[in-house]
Design a protein around this ligand. Structure first.
Ligand code: ADP
Ligand code: MG
Length: 404
């Protein structure tokens, strides 16, 4: 079965169309610091507006605890959406209450309303199916059809992603279709050499993808917080760097499997070690097997890959025809530890082939470091979702749209 697309819904003129977007943008003091996900939602929304639909946009933002929490309001997102669409966007102060019902009732053909954060309602993410069903039922009353376009949440069985899509006539939006197109190209006959660059904070998040990709790729490059678990697995002390002791055996297994399969596991040869986890911490470059031998001794913390490693990673990336990158190489939020991430991002822009950036923080990193989106083949809006797809998992939010 293939994904149901927008045309499967027929004419949308005058219809109330609920659009499940992923507008989970990073906010600082109520200001959006990266509007990439809002911009990624525009093609679908413009298509629906032009078709004369009455557009009801819903999304989650952050992790409120199933109750209203002003710091996670979607109001600033509704404002930004209005600027980007160049059209007024109404905002409802609740999700399925009076404000939402009134706003939907006042919608004209081609009009847009953003309803308040789905996760202000416990039913959205409840583990209890009946609670999710009940909330999906309330959402379903707002609209005639559902367009599911929140790629970042398709790996979650949540009310607006799964139960609602079963209740209403539903189809995938243009963002989901575009994301799947790229992910397919990464899994079916990727051009070689194929390199995967992994970083970020937690090894345990990324292990599944390593095991699934090992038989499919030529090289795996490991940076970010997870590199220390690899170095430790090889017997090197890592001082006070991020380490997941309980993953050491698994990681040793991957190192052995990579060797057997002839996959080159490219590990750092040097790292930037800091006195503490802070933006202005004193720091030194150390060889990967001498992390405890800096001035900071056993209290040193590795916060970035070193310059030699960055240069090697860049060379491998530039020489590849297909590259998938997930997870920053260091704590890029601190400028002193952003060089490794910047070198990798730069190299991705120079790939003569398909370069894909996946992951919320990775996407935010490339933009924060000043790279324009169009310099990459694709920037995925969904980190967890794209990883799970590449792991070969079935994603409930896609299955419910006919994807198999
Ligand atoms: P993504 O959202 O792109 O999937 P992750 O969420 O896995 O990425 O990881 C992003 C985080 O990893 C960033 O906030 C970054 O600061 C952190 N990180 C990268 N390198 C290190 C490191 N050496 N030590 C601690 N945290 C790190
Ligand atoms: Mg992240």
């Amino acid at each position: 079965m293939t994904l149901r697309t927008l045309d499967s819904l027929g004419s949308l003129e005058g219809k109330r169309v609920i659009v499940r977007c992923d507008l989970n943008v990073p906010l600082r003091d109520g200001v959006i610091t990266d509007d990439g996900r809002v911009r990624a939602s525009l093609p679908t929304l413009n298509t629906l507006i032009n078709a004369g639909a009455r557009v009801i946009v819903c999304s989650h933002l952050g992790r409120p605890d199933g109750a209203p929490d002003p710091q996670y309001s979607l109001e600033p997102v509704a404002q930004r959406l209005s600027e980007l669409l160049g059209a007024p966007v109404a905002f409802a102060r609740d999700t399925v209450g009076e404000s939402a019902k009134d706003a939907v009732a006042s919608l004209e053909d081609g009009g847009v309303v953003v309803i308040e954060n789905l996760r202000f309602n416990p039913g959205e993410t409840s583990k209890d199916e009946a609670e999710r069903e009940a909330f999906a039922g309330q959402l379903a009353e707002l609209g005639d059809v559902l367009v599911s376009d929140g790629f970042g949440v398709v790996h979650r069985k949540q009310a607006s992603v799964y139960e609602l899509a079963k209740r209403l006539p539903s189809a995938a939006g243009l963002l989901i279709a575009a994301e799947l197109d790229v992910l397919d190209r990464l899994t079916e006959n990727p051009e070689r050499p194929y390199a995967v660059v992994l970083g970020g904070s937690k090894v345990s998040d990324k292990l599944g993808v390593i095991s699934h990709l090992l038989p499919r790729v030529d090289r795996i490059l490991v940076g970010g917080g997870m590199l220390f678990t690899f170095l430790k697995a090889q017997g090197h002390p890592v001082a006070s760097s991020l380490l997941e002791e309980d993953q050491l055996d698994t990681v040793r297994g991957y190192i052995a499997e990579a060797q057997e399969r002839g996959v080159e596991l490219v590990l750092p040869t040097d790292v930037v070690v800091a006195a503490s986890f802070s933006a202005d911490a004193a720091h030194e470059v150390a060889a990967a097997d001498a992390i405890e031998e800096t001035a900071f001794g056993a209290s040193g913390i590795g916060l970035d890959i070193g310059p030699e490693t960055a240069a090697r990673f860049a060379e491998v990336i530039r020489g590849s025809k297909t590259v998938f990158w997930n997870g920053p190489m260091g704590v890029f939020e601190f400028p002193a530890f952003a060089a490794g991430t910047k070198a990798v991002a730069q190299a991705l822009t120079e790939v003569d082939g398909l370069s894909v950036v996946g992951g919320g923080d990775s996407a935010a990193a490339v933009r924060q470091l000043g790279f324009a989106d169009d310099r990459f083949g694709h920037i995925s809006t969904g980190g967890g979702a794209s990883l799970e797809f590449l792991e070969g998992k079935k994603l409930p939010g896609l299955e419910v749209l006919g994807w198999a």
